[in-house]
Design a protein around this ligand. Structure first.
Ligand code: GLN
Ligand code: ZN
Length: 769
């Protein structure tokens, strides 16, 4: 029998129940016992729904109150000194999110920051980076996997415990602060006995299969890391704990990384959505009854599976290995997909066709069960499901909602010259200098001004229909007027309209484009209890209408100073959405690029001299394997240029990114060929700017002069120092003065104070020249 299995489930809950629960605990509204009772109930519901959907290997142990890697660190005693005095649960949350608590009669004051958070591979999830000492000791304490396995067992549900693997855990960890750099994998021999003990406890509790996640297998790995995998699994095997070990890799291809560990495990899970070609590669390597877990249902998106295709793929595995040696699985943990489409009542009513294409975690479990049944009992056994699926796939392929022939033709026929500006930068610069007549070290901001409570309330009222369109427009105009006034008073050189009309830099534009829709409950966890609800791109993208012209034109009408139009770039529009998987990413990106190009051209025609196209997501979209970078950068940078190169030489194109570590992708950044690039830099090492000098970057640059994440107002002296540092790397005539990023999360008083200091600094250096 081919088994229906799952790797992990969205622990945040059907309607973010876990988020509400932990947040109530943080704010002191419920006790630790309430928290425990609450999460047990959520877990129970999750196990039961998976069981009802027909999943036979239901995961346990991956459910977390904050982060699984943090759970792993705590349970092995990897706890930095500064948290060690705290009781277990406080300690856990303090490591995840910091803890500030005044002294009481019985307890001293606590003030500890959170540990570092990092992106989990190429997902939008962030994990807590373990801090390891070079003489780190490991002790096993209260492992989540054992606790959860037993809790499920008490409900008569037999689960498959999930662990973060020892090699990935150490590999993703970092040397603790103040410790000389060392190879964290050198700790493996000390850590492995704890894993053996954990496996023994799981065996004793009644587990048979244990899933050990080793996503680090998909990286480009040096030989010693590959060797570490072999060593680790050899010793787990030698310990003969009696449990069967399934090593799970996901989010990419393992290539030869698993060859050395393979002889020491009972099964391997592969992400056949990202790397279908690995099926043929791995099958011949499996011997002695080893199992292949075929990850055929995409755990990263919201779309229905093509069941017929998946069944074929799984059948291929079954032909080679036999039914008992194949598991059907999602490509990765379903924690990266939202909970259930059952809550999408609006889409269901308004667009039933789109609804029929959606599949979230609960529905994906059903798909997995259907595939397993089809392969085991024959397609007839699930005929109804297969027919419905085939009909939905066909409607998605041919629907006018997904396919717009005009958009397709336009993308297919983009003339070669549309991918770059007509003139080279020096020629453009001359035209821009003449037109804009800016002083040396021009001052500007990144786009948004404080999104005050007043603005948020007005938007909510407008959304609810309590504020008419006309009144809302008038309100937004008032806001822009205020913002322009403030900028004039501050004596900034290039102004912005301030983005008061935008709730979010992607969603706002999604509403103005064809091909986008919005879910009610499509939440996925981003870190801790924080969730995001990305827009959905389901069809070919084009502008519904001009998107920003009204506002920017109005803002420009209020001032003689140059106004900077403000757009979100094609790559970011895509990366921060749930993206359709039925056309290639480069094509979709070109569609968005063309829609933005029209807007850029319209802005120019409306008399806007500077246009900023934000692309903070270009870097985070970088593929995991080095071999895939060039192809990605080619189309993503290409689409940025496509969106910005329809304008005359004199129109100044800006771009903005929220980072400044360009060392590994500098040529691609340069190839964007923006006239001005503004970047985050105030918290970064000034040396990061070195690359602009060594690579002899010729275009203009605005490295952030101050951090916008905190209300702190940096002094003139402090910013002068920073500016002087920047001048060491950036030629005088190319340097701008601006903050790190947008100011939407700030309040007005600190915003004005900080910008006033910034303008003073620019004026000071101007006077020196
Ligand atoms: N223009 C946007 C703003 O100012 C840019 C935000 C971003 O870079 N993330 O808010
Ligand atoms: Zn930014």
């Amino acid at each position: 029998m081919v088994k229906a299995t799952n790797l992990g489930f969205p622990y945040v809950g059907a309607q973010r129940e876990l988020k509400k629960l932990v947040e109530s605990y943080w704010s002191g509204k419920i006790t630790e016992a309430d928290l425990k009772a609450g999460y047990l109930k959520i877990q129970e519901a999750h196990w039961k729904v998976q069981q009802e959907k027909g999943v036979e290997h239901i995961p346990s142990g991956e459910f977390t109150l904050y982060d699984r890697v943090l759970d792993t660190a705590q349970q092995f005693g990897v706890i930095p000194q500064r948290y060690q005095h705290l009781p277990a649960l406080d300690q856990f949350f303090a490591m995840g999110r910091g803890l500030q608590r005044p002294a009481t009669e019985t307890t001293p004051k606590v003030d500890v920051p959170a540990m570092e958070m990092k992106k989990w591979f190429d997902t939008n999830y962030h994990f807590i980076v373990p801090e390891l000492e070079n003489d780190q000791t490991f002790t096993l304490q209260a492992p989540r996997a054992v606790e959860q396995f037993k809790a499920a067992k008490a409900l008569n549900i037999h689960t498959r415990p999930v662990l973060v693997g020892p090699v990935s855990f150490l590999y993703l960890g970092k040397p603790a602060k103040g410790v000389a750099d060392f190879d964290t994998l050198s700790l493996l021999p000390k850590l492995l006995p704890q894993y053996i003990e954990l496996l023994k406890q799981l065996k004793e509790a009644g587990a048979d299969w244990v899933q050990i996640d080793e996503p680090a297998l998909i990286y480009d790995l040096a030989a010693p890391v590959k060797q570490a995998f072999a060593t680790a699994y050899q010793s787990l095997q030698a310990a003969a704990t009696g449990v069967k070990i399934l090593v799970a890799a996901y989010f990419g291809r393992i290539e030869s990384n698993a060859e050395a560990l393979l002889p020491h495990v009972d099964g391997i899970h592969l992400d056949l959505v990202r790397a279908p070609q690995e099926l043929d590669a791995i099958i011949p390597l499996l011997t002695n009854g080893q199992v292949l877990s075929a990850g055929v249902v995409d755990g990263r998106n919201i779309w229905i599976n093509n069941l017929a295709k998946s069944i074929e793929l799984v059948e291929k595995a079954v032909q080679a290995l036999g039914q008992d040696r194949v598991f059907v699985a999602p490509s990765c943990s379903l924690a990266h997909s939202p909970f259930s489409t059952a809550f999408e009542t609006k889409i269901k009513a308004a667009n039933p066709e789109l609804y029929s294409w959606l599949s979230y975690s609960v529905e994906k479990c059903g798909e997995i069960a259907t595939i397993a049944k089809a392969v085991t009992q024959g397609r007839e056994a699930v005929q109804t499901e297969l027919q419905a699926n085939a009909a939905a796939i066909e409607s998605r392929r041919t629907s006018p909602q997904t396919v717009n022939p005009q958009v397709r033709d336009r993308v297919a026929q983009v003339p070669a010259e549309a991918w770059k500006r007509p003139s080279a930068f020096p020629v453009r610069r001359e035209a821009q200098v003449k037109k804009l007549n800016l002083p040396l070290f021009p001052t500007t901001t990144i786009g948004s001004f404080p999104q005050t409570k007043e603005i948020r309330v007005a938007r909510q009222k407008h959304n609810k229909g309590e504020l008419s369109d006309a009144d809302y427009d008038a309100f937004i105009k008032e806001q822009m007027k205020y913002m322009v006034q403030q900028q004039e008073e501050l004596d900034l050189d290039v102004l912005v309209h301030g983005e008061p009309e935008r709730n979010d830099m992607v969603e706002h534009f999604g509403h103005l484009l064809h091909g986008y829709d919005f879910t009610q409950n499509g939440w996925v966890v981003s870190y801790g209890s924080r969730c995001v609800k990305p827009p959905v791109i389901f069809g070919d993208v084009s502008r519904r209408c001009p998107m920003t012209i009204e506002e920017i034109k109005y803002a420009q009408s209020l001032t003689k100073r140059p106004m900077k139009g403000m757009l979100t770039g094609p790559v970011t529009m895509m990366k921060w959405s749930f993206v359709r998987d039925d056309i290639p990413a480069d094509q979709l990106c070109a569609q968005i690029g063309l829609a933005l190009r029209d807007e850029v051209v319209d802005l120019e025609a409306a008399g806007i001299p500077c246009i900023q196209v934000d692309e903070p997501a270009i870097r985070e979209g970088l593929p995991i394997r080095r071999a895939d970078w060039d192809a990605y950068l080619e189309w993503s940078v290409g689409c940025f240029r496509l969106s910005t190169s329809g304008v005359r030489d004199e129109t100044q194109i800006h771009t903005h990114m929220c980072y400044s570590d360009f060392n590994d992708i500098f040529d691609a950044i340069a190839a964007m060929d923006a006239d001005v690039i503004t970047i985050e830099n105030s918290k970064s090492d000034e040396k990061l700017l070195n690359i602009f000098e060594t690579k002899q970057y010729t275009n203009e640059i605005g490295p952030g002069l101050y951090d916008i994440h905190s209300p702190r107002v940096p002094s003139v002296e402090e910013m002068k120092q920073r500016f002087a540092d920047m001048l060491k790397y950036i030629p005088t005539h190319l340097l701008w003065a601006n903050p790190d990023c947008g100011l939407k999360s700030r309040q007005w008083p600190e915003t004005k104070a900080a910008l006033a200091n910034m303008v003073e600094v620019a004026k000071f250096f101007r006077a020196q020249q």
